[in-house]
Design a protein around this ligand. Structure first.
Ligand SMILES: *Cc1c(COP(=O)(O)O)cnc(C)c1O
Length: 473
């Protein structure tokens, strides 16, 4: 931003802005001393804030698109980004702001440094906003980026179609994200960022965050982690060296399913080969004030409030859903009609050691006596008998929803090859580890016996069908 001479009137607002910023900063610092659940319940909305909102004890939904200014000096100071203000809801909004502050505190829980967050209209727009700024052209110099091939279908398409095919950035997939040598071999002097999903949707792929962050940092580039499946209740990548975390808030962060949304959460002081100093200093704020303003992926204030409301009980919900998921995974792994179960909580899966290193229920030591591992609500399993058997099992589910969804309080099943991972084709699915007989199961908070019961009867429909076919032959 260019240096200008501002009038005394504008200067007065700049001073007022400093007081406002100091108050928010003090509240943030105070909340950082609280436990995870307390932060999730209150965020930074305190009694002082309530008194300037008619005493409302719940954060109000500011549906107004724009802010009224006291006078022209106030307008000028605000629009020049010289004081805290929200001006226009595409760029900022108070309700959105409460959510952003809460997310920064939750994702930054236990991390010793400053963290900022922005919320977006979907998880995909968050992945876009977190990565696109690093692909800035630098004359004719070649550009590449390195990403784990085990990733969400939408991310797969954004990277391969939009960035690689349309724009010519070279995409280097890491096929086995557990293999550090593969990450190392792909990163070079033209790499702009490193991206990984931890754990991945739907194949539950994993990688060693600290080790991959180390490789990225040796090259002066950021590690971006999509930790949608884990949520900050089970894992906080910033603590382990990641620079930027992205979330689809549409999933377990909003178990009710009342919103489609995303978030970009970044620590201050990240490495980058491109962009201005502001990008390195506070990536989330830089994105919000500039590229986000121009691309327009702002989140509705109404959705922001729905998400805030769901986040208040994040930890306890993820605890129940994850412990249910482990029981379901154990049941499936012993069922004769199941070929394989992909759940990082099961000993013997290749991801188990890394999962044990990174996935812990936050603040669990008080409740359980010592910290406990929780491996999330998501799993995959393959059905014996191929695609036809898989569809038979799927079609016989009576309580578990058939939907392309996950992270719900209700259990939901999907066949990725004919839904989320349909458009990337056979080759892309092989790369991402998505065979045709894979079922993705997102375990909810029903009683685990009832979830298992529904799966049991659906799987027995497969064996009955096979028996009927054999006898009629
Ligand atoms: C769903 C999902 C996304 C995309 O989120 P939307 O809110 O649907 O746009 C990105 N990453 C992961 C891991 C997801 O599960």
């Amino acid at each position: 931003m260019t240096q200008q001479n501002y009038s005394d009137g504008v200067q007065q607002y700049v001073e007022k802005g400093k007081t406002m910023s100091a108050a928010v900063k003090a509240q943030r610092a105070m909340m950082r001393g609280k436990k995870f659940d307390t932060i999730a319940v209150h965020g930074i909305y305190n009694m002082q804030a309530a008194l300037s909102n008619q005493g409302s004890i719940i954060e109000p939904a500011y549906l107004s698109p724009a802010q009224h200014f006291e006078n022209s000096d106030h307008m000028e100071a605000s629009l020049a980004y010289l004081m805290p203000s929200w001006t226009y809801s595409r760029i900022a909004n108070p309700t959105q702001g409460y959510l952003e502050e809460t997310l920064a505190l939750l994702e930054g829980y236990g991390y010793n440094g400053d963290v900022s967050a922005i919320v977006t209209s979907s998880g995909m727009s968050a992945v876009f906003m977190a990565t696109n700024p690093f692909l800035e052209r630098d004359g004719d110099a070649p550009i590449n980026f390195v990403a784990s091939a085990k990733c969400y279908g939408g991310t797969f398409m954004l990277f391969s179609e939009r960035y690689a095919r349309e724009r010519g950035a070279e995409l280097r997939w890491v096929r086995d994200p557990l293999n550090l040598d593969e990450w190392a071999a792909n990163i070079d002097q033209n790499t702009r960022f490193v991206f990984g999903e931890m754990p991945s949707n739907p194949s539950l792929g994993m990688f060693d965050i600290a080790a991959v962050a180390g490789l990225a940092h040796q090259h002066g580039i950021p590690l971006i982690v999509d930790s949608t499946i884990a949520t900050p209740a089970l894992m906080r990548p910033l603590q382990h060296g990641a620079d930027i975390v992205v979330h689809s808030l549409s999933k377990a962060m909003t178990t009710s399913g009342f919103a489609i949304a995303g978030a970009v959460i970044a620590r201050h002081g990240i490495p980058s080969r491109v962009g201005p100093d502001e990008l390195r200093h506070n990536f989330a704020m830089y994105v919000k004030l500039l590229p986000y303003r121009d691309h327009g992926p702002g989140l509705s204030p109404f959705s922001s409030l729905m998400i805030l409301n769901d986040l208040r009980t994040l930890r306890s919900k993820l605890d129940v859903m994850s412990s249910n998921a482990l029981q379901v995974a154990q049941f499936l792994s012993q069922h004769p009609g199941v070929e394989a179960v992909f759940y990082p909580g099961l000993p013997g899966t290749p991801e188990h050691d890394i999962a044990q290193k990174y996935m812990w229920l936050v603040d669990s030591e008080e409740e359980y006596g010592s910290p406990i591992n929780r491996f999330s609500h998501l799993m995959g399993f393959t059905v014996k008998g191929g695609v036809a058997a898989t569809r038979t099992m799927f079609d016989h589910l009576q309580m578990i929803w058939r939907a392309t969804d996950l992270g719900r309080i209700k259990t939901v099943a999907t066949i990725p090859a004919i839904s989320t991972h349909q458009q990337q084709g056979e080759e892309g699915r092989t790369l991402a580890g998505v065979p045709g007989n894979l079922v993705r199961l997102s375990v909810g908070a029903e009683h685990p016996a009832d979830i298992i019961g529904d799966l049991e009867q659906a799987l027995s429909a497969v064996s009955q069908k096979t028996v009927t076919q054999q006898t009629s032959r």
